[in-house]
Design a protein around this ligand. Structure first.
Ligand SMILES: O=C(O)[C@H](O)[C@@H](O)[C@H](O)[C@H](O)COP(=O)(O)O
Length: 245
């Protein structure tokens, strides 16, 4: 990848505020139905909680924003490991009309079956709810794991190099304890006006150094094919790559 566009904020609270501003900007520039792809993890949780506060809640046209999830564990939504469950608790259930929330269907027979159904949901949404020239998503949010994974695309596993399918089952990966997962793929995540990758804390500095050096890692291959790719990080996570713009 080329040198990424990097925004460095002072701390996690400032990072969440900047992410909320960008989300509002993406929604405001689209007068039709908006589509936002959420992610799991601790960093975005701060953003989600911020969106539920009266100040930010009032700034969003909730009835025309549709919420998807970039990956999830194959567990019920009320399991503490569920990404959509976390997002529901943090803001969706309080703010978003139920029909605008699109979870990965984990009450199905297998992760592969869930992937097939979710891909059909996404393709149907793009065909019928988006205007013909719009990419699938207005905004894709992502976090990065210490091994350079994004969503559930782990380095060295087939899901990370999938080129055709939009959603895949992830039956194993080198994390313990592992729970089978379902993940959007790089070609699916790339269909967005903005990809916003968030990372905070000193424990992310080493992996960001490797990603920004262009190592062969899923996080280094993640980019928007239809718009901007932005890394939003805090000072503690920032590698020594020069001054932020
Ligand atoms: O379900 C998950 O855990 C995510 O989808 C995963 O890709 C996450 O975004 C990264 O592991 C970063 O997580 P943190 O923000 O918690 O470090």
């Amino acid at each position: 990848m080329g040198r990424p566009h990097v925004i460095v904020e002072a701390d996690t609270a400032a990072l969440a505020g900047r992410a909320a501003q960008r989300l509002v900007a993406r929604v405001t520039e689209n007068n039709g139905l908006c589509a936002i792809c959420l992610t799991g993890g601790s960093t975005p949780k701060r953003l989600y909680e911020l969106l539920a506060t009266p100040e930010w809640r009032a700034r969003l046209p909730w009835e025309r924003i549709h919420w998807f999830i970039g990956d999830d564990r194959f567990v019920p939504e009320n399991d503490p490991l569920s990404n959509i469950g976390m997002a529901r608790l943090a803001f969706l259930d309080a703010c978003a009309p139920p029909e605008t929330i699109h979870p990965i269907p984990t009450d199905t027979a297998s992760p592969d079956e869930a992937a097939r159904l979710y891909e059909a949901t996404l393709r149907d949404f793009q065909a019928h709810a988006r205007t013909s020239d719009a990419p699938l998503f207005d905004l894709v949010l992502l976090g990065v794991g210490p091994d350079g994974h994004i969503a559930s695309l782990f380095p060295g596993y087939p899901a990370a190099t999938e080129t055709q399918r939009w959603v895949v089952g992830v039956p194993k990966a080198n994390v313990a304890p592992f729970v089978p997962r379902v993940s959007l793929t790089l070609p699916c995540l790339a269909q967005c006006r903005e990809m916003l990758l968030m990372a905070s804390g000193a424990e992310k500095r080493a992996i960001l150094t490797r990603v920004f050096a262009g190592e062969d890692l899923p996080a280094a291959h993640a980019s928007s094919k239809r718009g901007d790719t932005i890394w939003l990080i805090d000072k503690a996570a920032a590698p020594d790559i020069g001054e932020a713009p």
